[in-house]
Design a protein around this ligand. Sequence first.
Ligand SMILES: Cc1cc2nc3c(=O)[nH]c(=O)nc-3n(C[C@H](O)[C@H](O)[C@H](O)COP(=O)(O)O)c2cc1C
Length: 370
Amino acid sequence: MSAQPPTIPLLTPHKMGKFNLSHRVVLAPLTRMRSYNTVPQPHAILYYSQRTSEGGLLIAEASGVSDTAQGFPDCPGLWTREQVEAWKPIVDAVHAKGGVFFCQIWHAGRVSNSGFQPNGQAPISCTDKPLTPQLLANGVDVAQYTPPRRLRTDEIPQIVNDFRLAARNAIEAGFDGVEIHGAHGYLIDQFMKDQVNDRTDEYGGSLENRCRFALEIVEAVVNEIGADKVGIRLSPFADYMESADSDPKALGLYMVKSLNKYGIQYCHVVEPRMKAVGDKIESPDSLLPMREAFKGTFIAAGGFDREDGNNAVAEGHADLIAYGRWFLANPDLPKRFELNAPLNKYNRDTFYISDPVVGYTDYPFLETTA
Ligand SMILES: Cc1cc2nc3c(=O)[nH]c(=O)nc-3n(C[C@H](O)[C@H](O)[C@H](O)COP(=O)(O)O)c2cc1C
């Protein structure tokens, strides 16, 4: 009989409300652009089920809350009957393997162009400040954005309502909950960050006003599906898509303290070292003050490997660690961490291609030896 290796912190259980997670290695939300015409496809059944482990938490890719929410080709949605029906077998497959499955609900705001919008209209935002063209992940193509149209104050409740309906649809599709996408320079983040939000109504100016839209969405979603089914993702320190804040510490703390009032299940925060997309930098900032102020489960993401994920859990910096690129390329990531096995390398060139297999479901599992 061989001795059992000591359990590493990442593989210890964590109780997240009613969910008994068997380990702390979370699948981060990953846009894969393979949901043709905004409808999730059967190939996603295999993709998500490959990444499911008994008692593991998975967060599905950003899914649009309405026909104005999209900003990239072939991202899934949650506003039509067809989309809801198409999610069901995917969610069922994750549940069949014992996974806990939340869906990220998203509005791109000004990170869009008229080609993705109904009737070719301008994207909506908190502002009419345009976003400068951005280099895409392949390092070659440049995305062009249409100058956004500033939402009128009286239009904002409709967008809040879209998040509420999308959350209801997610639950109808079978998801265990939703993650409100408040990160990465998309609509909610555009409202929160003072370098974007230039409004003079009750949704702009003070920290309280800039966070009002996010918190109204949280409240509406909590009232619709219950606080135990709600998480949120935030990236106060990031400046993706020209969405920066002059005082990210204050923003992060204000948000987590406000979230406590709603008793949501988790807060998922992107590490300060991920200031720019995909690049890890040295940062003097820490998520610890946010972690200490938040009463629910705290998930950290961004640039983690096995070693610093273990350290973050052991030192109490986070309850759970979300892995993006490593989980994309290693469907059996928790198993590999358990065995300290080598990892498949990820291939950026296939992150966002529309192939239903290549770079999607063809990353190999560890060879199993009898
Ligand atoms: C291909 C790809 C797609 C992504 N899509 C999303 C997304 O839909 N929603 C989101 O909040 N973050 C998204 N991210 C960010 C990841 O969730 C994660 O925060 C980031 O990759 C950093 O974590 P990592 O160092 O473990 O990869 C994406 C990242 C990649 C590489």
